[in-house]
Design a protein around this ligand. Structure first.
Ligand SMILES: NC(=O)c1ccc[n+]([C@@H]2O[C@H](COP(=O)([O-])OP(=O)(O)OC[C@H]3O[C@@H](n4cnc5c(N)ncnc54)[C@H](OP(=O)(O)O)[C@@H]3O)[C@@H](O)[C@H]2O)c1
Length: 268
């Protein structure tokens, strides 16, 4: 990894997940965190990270800057960042904030990469979309992969697909959680206790996803067919999904998420 000192503006949940991955993978790396909250700074300080109350100081010690505040705090940080930047790559994880908005707030020619991680990044199994800004080059994408690739898998896309990617992998974990919630409630409705339903659903979810991901080519349809004998129990259940047009429901859900992403970006 080329960058030796990574600076984070915002030291919350997502920043902590990225930092945890970096520290595991790279022993000599310098982690620098600027956060408005003293308690958050103290938490990082206790883990031997350099902390700062102001962005100017953070920028003096960092080769790369990661924007990790909530999108609503974007406006609060950009003027100070613009004045303090000294040629560093700026990587944003802010949902819904566009490259155009970031570049407009920063000096000309600044190198920007916009990313969209998801929450499984907290356990090193994230999916991280990356889009390069006007002046970002291969080296910037490679630095972004170095930083995020240890917390999951990365995919470079054109920014025009960022809302679509958000609909699939950004919001995606919540769809799986919702499906598990629904299965658990259904299991309870046919006679299992909460603990029993939790065990049955959690182990089935974990085993099925791991089994699928370990096969070559992610053959979801093939594995489904293998467990669906004609006239059997699985077929009876899947017939109900089909009658309710489950596939169409998923397509509508993704379209709604993508549309909401566009609306939020327009409002920002
Ligand atoms: N969670 C997800 O699933 C997910 C997925 C993709 C992308 N993201 C993006 O990740 C970003 C961070 O999310 P998070 O869950 O890590 O948020 P978080 O836990 O709230 O962390 C943000 C931190 O930044 C601090 N902060 C606010 N204003 C600041 C300022 N002016 N200077 C320095 N620090 C400041 C916050 O303090 P206060 O608490 O006082 O505001 C907080 O400690 C968001 O933009 C979100 O869109 C999240």
């Amino acid at each position: 990894m080329e960058a030796q000192n990574i600076g984070f503006i915002g030291g919350g949940n997502m920043a902590s997940a990225i930092i945890g991955g970096l520290e595991k993978a790279y022993q000599d790396i310098g982690i620098h965190v600027c956060d408005a909250v003293e308690l958050v700074r103290d938490k990082h300080k206790n883990l031997n990270r350099q902390t700062y109350a102001d962005i100017t100081n953070l920028c003096q010690h960092s080769d790369v800057i990661v924007l990790a505040v909530k999108p609503q705090n974007f406006g609060d940080i950009m003027a100070e960042l613009a004045a303090a930047l000294n040629g560093q790559l700026v990587i944003s994880i802010l949902a819904g904030v566009t490259i155009k908005q970031i570049e407009a707030a920063l000096p000309d020619q600044v190198h920007v990469v916009r990313t969209m991680p998801n929450t499984p990044m907290m356990i090193g199994q994230g999916m991280i979309g990356m889009a390069r800004g006007t002046h970002a080059d291969e080296k910037d994408i490679s630095s972004t992969k170095d930083i995020f690739g240890i917390s999951g898998k990365t995919l470079e896309i054109d920014e025009s697909k960022m809302n679509a990617l958000t609909a699939v992998s950004g919001s995606g974990p919540a769809y799986f959680f919702h499906f598990c919630e629904a299965l658990q409630a259904a299991a309870e409705s046919i006679g299992f206790s909460t603990e029993e339903a939790q065990l049955l659903v959690s182990q089935t979810a974990q085993g099925s996803v791991n089994y699928l991901c370990q096969q070559e080519g992610f053959p979801a349809a093939q594995l489904r067919e293998q467990v669906t004998s004609k006239g059997g129990t699985t077929a009876a259940a899947l017939d109900v999904f089909k009658s309710k047009d489950f596939i169409d429901m998923c397509q509508q859900a993704l379209a709604a998420a993508e549309q909401r992403g566009k609306e939020l970006a327009e409002q920002a």
